[in-house]
Design a protein around this ligand. Sequence first.
Ligand code: NAD
Length: 511
Amino acid sequence: MARLGADSLVLVDPRTGATVGELVCTPAGEVAARVAACRAAATAWAARPLEDRIEVVRRLGAALSAKGAELVAVLGAEIGKPPGEAWTSEVVTLGELFDHWLAVIEDELEPTTLDLNPVNYPGKRVEVVPEPLGVIALIMPWNYPVHLPMRTIVPALLAGNGVVFKPSEHAARCGALLAEVFAAVLPADLVVTVQGGPAQGAALVDAGVDKVVFTGSVAGGRAVAARAAGHLIPCALELGSKDAALVLHDAKLPRAVEGVLWGAFHNAGQDCASVERALVDRKVYAPFLEALVARAKELRVGDDVGPLIDERALAKVHAQVQDAVARGARVLCGGEPTGNGYFYPATVVVDVPLDCALWREETFGPVLPVAAFDSEDEAVAMADDSPYGLCVSVWTRDVARGEALARRVRCGVSYVNNCCFSGPMGGASWGGRKQSGYGVTGSSWGLGGLVQPRTVVVDRFFGQKEVWWYPYTPALATMASGLVELARPGGARLSGLARVVGGLVGRWKTS
Ligand code: NAD
């Protein structure tokens, strides 16, 4: 983590709270020049053949994999990620991300040609060609500081864009390490890194970029979206959530317990897609809860559940728990900061009033409120009763029923018997509804947000004029109404044809 000074970041190890260094911020006044440099590099990059771009991005993937151990070490020192988790969630996932985009990009960027009726449109060819947007501003959070930026950078580069990347102030060392790899592999200034906090983020939005891709809090997203609107530039927002896990009466309980446990407590609960509410069928509520609490007590602070990012986050999480307890909730395990660094133990809470912050607001920490439901309709209604809508998971042996139920919840990602793991997959869409944001990362839908489609119309018909050009005579109207009649389902074909022919003859005579 870091404390943000006027023009530098004081780096702090969240595992101990000790200051470990300092990093100079990019002066906000220099951001526009960085964007201009990126634009020049992006213009040259877009002009290169796609095969060249693919080759360079392939080398970038290899260079990042080779840095795996170093990335894992920085992820530990900077945000306290346990090594096993850092490898699986941030490095292994990169391989899959690159593999996906390198395999599909040629097809994805293939122009589409319209199938035109040669009678209506003689000699014409219409193509829709995806072109790069230009310079993408990438404003990122700290909780997955490697795979989150890369899930946009990889398709953005392949599509021919440049990127100006602002890592979170809390993940500046990780950002600096990524910047080293970019500098070693990519053309100069194609991916530019801007270090700092909200001031640098705001300067970046103002600096003449073509799109903003923002991942972070609702408050940050709202501010960035308002700013982007001022420049009329598009914005994609991946924000927070309060995702529910629905445990049905026929769930395979040991798997549901382990899955919900991991969903709630991995990355110390600091995941936009964490399981933040467990809704359990009353028929299995008691055994589920007993097993969940037993397992949560076994999780080791530090090894299994890393620290929260800073003292403010720790205080906020604990305040939500205390507020719920003051209103009648019961803590079954955890519930108190450990006193070392910014650690908070895995915490399970029941009897939480449904209007408490702990039930309604995002809890960026390892705290899981659990409640019972009596019917599946009630479970869906409870899941949907949230200002957010990123993911849901349903746990059941009846996979078809689980899928139908998971697809009823108003959100962007539905899981059956699993949770939280598909965000880094290049081929899967990721994006939420309601206050979880708008815009998509991943899949063709995400790539669509990184290109500008250009329609190209080429006419090889060298007649003097088109039938719909001047002069506007009654014959034109007769012919056009005939065309509509011919195309209309159940239309009077003969009368339509007569009008088309009569109209064409009339047009021919006037010309
Ligand atoms: P944050 O909003 O505090 O910061 C995110 C980034 O935005 C940082 O780089 C920050 O410097 C910048 N920023 C903040 N305010 C800004 C402003 N007014 N103008 C310009 N830039 C600004 O979020 P955070 O604490 O770093 O991240 C945690 C949040 O991110 C959680 O809410 C989490 O759910 C969300 N998140 C969402 C996803 C997703 O895919 N939906 C993924 C990861 C994290």
